[in-house]
Design a protein around this ligand. Structure first.
Ligand code: SIN
Length: 295
């Protein structure tokens, strides 16, 4: 008797096309719901490391496909706001401004401040994948990505030397109550949720664990102070770094197309949601891959 051979996974013919922007590329001709060969996976992984944000076009795929593809890159986070999990798929956070029967179906103000996902945990996210479900129309509801390697490289050598040894505190709660005051639908956090998001201390400059490149790692959303500096001095330094880190020359602005699946590297980039007026509907599904301890 001959042993059954596993069917070979075929290579898909896809192209990686860099954007005419400081960062980012689109991947055209790949179907993430189909089996992905090791060779294709290696190309996708390389494109992600090189371009930091890759846009898989036209992914008419299910939440289960989205989750399975995300898992190829690592274990997935379960977001602390369990109220906005996709039913039966806790790995998916719904990002949406839509209300049904007066209740929000998702996190409507996700990304209103520049940030890197989960930087408030000791092991922040490797990357996130956002899949378009319902879009408000061209030029509305865009997402911006700022390259923090470029931001680091553009600092003066003197400022680089000053910030290299510094550490900063990141907290999920930093702007939570401010956002809740503006958006009362934001849930009041239970003590169990608060306990899940104790503040974390991170290097102000991190080294990408796969490429070895340095990146700025502070954000206006989650970074609350520089460890060991007087508050006023630390806040002034953070204000300078926040303004620098999102200069237009570091930014790619993503205008969503139907069925886009956007995969970014949280170790290299910060991102921001440009915002959607209340009367227009926008909904995306997000998975978030766990990362390792920044150094
Ligand atoms: C996010 O920060 O994950 C959401 C970004 C967006 O909605 O554009």
């Amino acid at each position: 008797m001959t042993a059954a051979l596993a069917p070979a996974v075929l290579t898909q013919a896809f192209e990686v096309r860099p954007f005419d922007a400081p960062v980012g590329a689109e991947i055209v001709g790949l179907d993430i719901s189909q089996p992905i060969s090791n060779a294709d996976f290696a190309r996708i992984h390389r494109a992600h490391l090189d371009h930091h944000v890759v846009v898989f076009r036209d992914q008419q795929v299910s939440p289960a496909d989205h989750i399975a593809f995300s898992r190829r890159f690592g274990p997935l986070e379960i977001h602390v706001l369990h109220q906005f999990q996709l039913p039966k798929h806790p790995e998916i956070l719904i990002v949406s401004n839509i209300k049904e029967n007066g209740e929000p179906i998702g996190l409507g103000d996700a990304g209103v401040y520049w940030h890197s996902d989960i930087s408030y945990k000791p092991q922040p996210s490797l990357g996130s994948l956002l899949h378009a479900q319902e879009l408000p129309g061209d030029g509305i509801g865009d997402t911006l990505f700022a390259d923090q390697h470029l931001a680091w490289e553009a600092l003066s050598p003197e400022l680089q030397r000053r910030i290299l040894p510094l550490k900063a505190e990141h907290s999920y709660l930093a702007k939570y109550e401010e956002l809740r005051a503006k958006n009362p639908w934001r849930p009041k956090l239970s003590q169990a949720q608060i306990d899940q998001v104790a503040p974390a201390v991170q290097p102000v400059v991190r080294t990408h664990p796969e490429t070895g490149k340095k990146a700025l790692f502070v954000s206006e959303h989650f970074t609350t102070g520089i460890v060991g500096l007087p508050k006023e001095e630390g806040d002034a330094l953070l204000a300078e770094l926040f303004a620098h880190s999102v200069k237009p020359e570091f930014v790619y602005r993503h205008c969503w197309k139907p069925h886009d699946l956007v995969f970014w590297d949280n170790r290299s980039l910060m991102h921001l949601a440009a915002g959607t007026p209340d009367h227009l509907r926008r909904r995306l599904n997000r998975t978030t891959i766990q990362g390792d301890t920044p150094f």
